[in-house]
Design a protein around this ligand. Structure first.
Ligand code: FAD
Length: 556
């Protein structure tokens, strides 16, 4: 990394401005993440993750991220002769970023090489890449996540899985059979309901006899459908048997444009490099995945994996924010002393770092639960069932507050686009909204408690492993147990409080066992024992600030 330099510009000397945080390996410089990769069984893939980290920290990748966001996609409905084309047109920077992430197999590696630790490895690489640019994570995540749902219909999987797992990025708007690789999207949300997909009004009529794997015609709309340049989408629609899941390709097998119209692209707060569209189906061809009426059960396999990526995304934003904040504070002096030496700033930086490490260890532990569950471990499947919703709720909920505080560490520079912090801040609420918003996650946790008591037991078993070594966690977990379900009449009203506590207990258990001692101690003192304020920067005075900041500094 460069050091602060003094240069004369015009009539004054530019001094005390930090150098840009570029050309460093975002993976190798992230101690909680490198430790997690080793601990959670993915060290065999370290070379790839490190290569992703090298790229993501490069000036090139950061420039591409900026350009892709400054030059967002444009809707092209027709060609110059008046034929419909229904395309989102992207800046070359977007294509280069998406191409690199496909080359790095962020969309496919665990399915191509499903050895223990594969989802951990892919998650770590995804976290690194997203620090350069989060928008491409959307089609990457959906393509990664479509595979388990698609496998419900083996003949469709046999045709499409090799395309979705190909390491070639082929951006052409052409029939998938003619392309060297394909990407997948997802369409559930309609105008009248996103959470309540049972309210979907898009209708699916069988073209022949109908049934699993058969062709249907879709008519209706989707109000949000991201990454509309993808080659195929899993969509929900009403068939005679109820809400059902369909594979809807952009092109029909006979090489015709499928019958749909892109109506608009959304003008979004953040995630501006990525396109999110409104679409209408006009007797579009689609193929039933699974049974009629089993649409939610089928697509939930996809949604679970994208929810894992939301957790990764929340943790990624925090890591990016902490890295920028510590870097800035280590190169900027105020009143003759580096910001990172000022006691109050040290408290802010350390508190942000504690939150970031808690998010990273939890995200990586969750990814291991995916690996183990896919390998047939029932306890892991139970843990994943409940922990995914708990962590999606809490980590994504904390992200905007964290990004806002990290931004403030850079002072006025942090509010200016060039710093990258406004982009981080605008991106930060999104992971909480899509794939089931905050309340929906909390209600899902309640559902898991009622329908799968084994999930709750697996959760408390994981917490207990840390509680045996940490009395503050032991007391916290005991009080949490008393609140579940507690007064049944009020359990829904209390759901956010309960889920927040579950998240804190789980994060504490992981930090006590796997985190840095000073980080674990600060987490337990503040988040569990209440020696904390309402804002970041309110850790107790005895905290080992220096050690925590040093651990999270973005240096290898
Ligand atoms: C940038 C972006 C891209 C997107 N891309 C896609 C995509 O590719 N495909 C797709 O299908 N969707 C996509 N979505 C849609 C997204 O998944 C939905 O917006 C989200 O699931 C919420 O649905 P909704 O907007 O209909 O809100 P609603 O369902 O109306 O929910 C509004 C609020 O009410 C809360 N709520 C819902 N039910 C309850 C309840 N029972 N009790 C208490 N509170 C409740 C929710 O948590 C939420 O906060 C995207 C959204 C965004 C912002």
């Amino acid at each position: 990394m460069a050091t602060a330099e003094r240069r004369t510009v015009g009539n004054h000397e530019v001094a005390n401005q930090p150098p840009p945080l570029v050309d460093y390996n975002v993976f190798e410089a992230d101690r909680p993440l490198t430790e997690a990769v080793r601990r959670e069984g993915a060290d065999w893939d370290r070379a790839r993750i490190s290569a992703v980290g090298e790229f993501a920290g490069s000036e090139r990748a950061q420039t591409l991220g900026r350009l892709a966001n400054e030059n967002g996609p444009k809707l092209r409905t027709h060609d110059r002769y008046g034929h419909r084309v229904d395309e989102a047109e992207f800046h070359p920077a977007w294509h280069e970023l998406l191409g690199r992430s496909v080359e790095f197999e962020l969309h496919s590696s665990p399915w191509k090489d499903p050895r223990p630790g594969a989802h951990v490895a892919r998650g770590a690489a995804f976290m690194c890449f997203s620090q350069a640019e989060a928008g491409v994570g959307c089609p990457i995540s959906m393509t990664y996540s479509v595979i388990p749902a698609l496998r419900t219909q083996p003949e469709l999987a046999a045709e499409w899985e090799p395309r979705f797992t190909s390491s070639a990025y082929d951006p052409r708007n052409a029939p998938a059979a003619q392309k060297s690789g394909a990407l997948a999207g997802m369409g559930m949300t309609e105008k009248q309901g996103g959470t309540d997909v049972r309210a979907n009004t898009t209708v699916a009529s069988p073209v022949g006899g109908g049934g699993p794997g058969a062709e249907y015609a879709l008519s209706g709309h989707k109000w949000f459908m991201s990454a509309p340049m993808c080659d195929a989408f899993l969509v929900l629609a009403q068939a005679d048997g109820g809400i059902s899941c369909f594979l809807f390709p952009r092109w029909t097998p006979d090489g015709e444009r499928n019958r749909f119209r892109l109506q608009r692209l959304k003008d979004k707060l953040g995630n501006r490099s990525n396109a999110s569209s409104e679409i209408e189906f006009d007797s579009a061809s689609a193929w039933l995945v699974g049974e009629e009426g089993a649409g939610v059960r089928t697509i939930i396999e996809m949604v679970n994996h994208t929810r894992l990526d939301c957790v990764m995304g929340g943790a990624t934003g925090m890591r990016a924010g902490v890295a920028q904040a510590i870097h800035h504070a280590s190169h900027r002096s105020v009143f003759g002393r580096e910001l990172s030496e000022q006691p109050l700033m040290r408290n802010v930086l350390a508190d942000l770092a504690v939150e970031s490490e808690a998010a990273t260890v939890a995200a990586m532990r969750l990814a291991r639960a995916y690996d183990e569950a896919i390998g047939g471990d029932e306890e892991a499947a139970n843990l994943k069932r409940i922990a995914n919703a708990v962590l999606k709720y809490w980590i994504c909920k904390r992200a905007p507050m964290h990004a806002g505080e990290a931004l403030e560490c850079l002072g006025g520079n942090g509010y200016v686009e060039e710093s990258g912090m406004p982009r981080l801040f605008r991106e930060s609420p999104l992971n909480s909204i899509w794939e089931g918003s905050g309340n929906v996650q909390c209600l899902d946790v309640l559902r898991a408690m009622i329908k799968s008591p084994a999930a709750l037991e697996a959760f408390f078993a994981e917490v207990q492993e840390g509680a045996v070594a940490e009395p503050r966690l032991d007391a916290y977990a005991a009080s949490l147990r008393g609140e579940i379900p507690g007064d049944v009449e009020t359990v829904e009203v209390r759901a956010r409080r309960v889920v927040e506590k579950m998240a804190l207990a789980l994060q504490a258990s992981l930090l006590v066992r796997y985190g840095d001692e000073a980080v674990a101690d600060a987490f337990c003192a503040s988040r569990l024992a209440g020696d904390w304020g309402q804002a970041f920067g309110t850790l107790p005075a005895g905290t080992d600030f220096g050690r925590i900041i040093e651990r999270h500094a973005p240096t290898a």
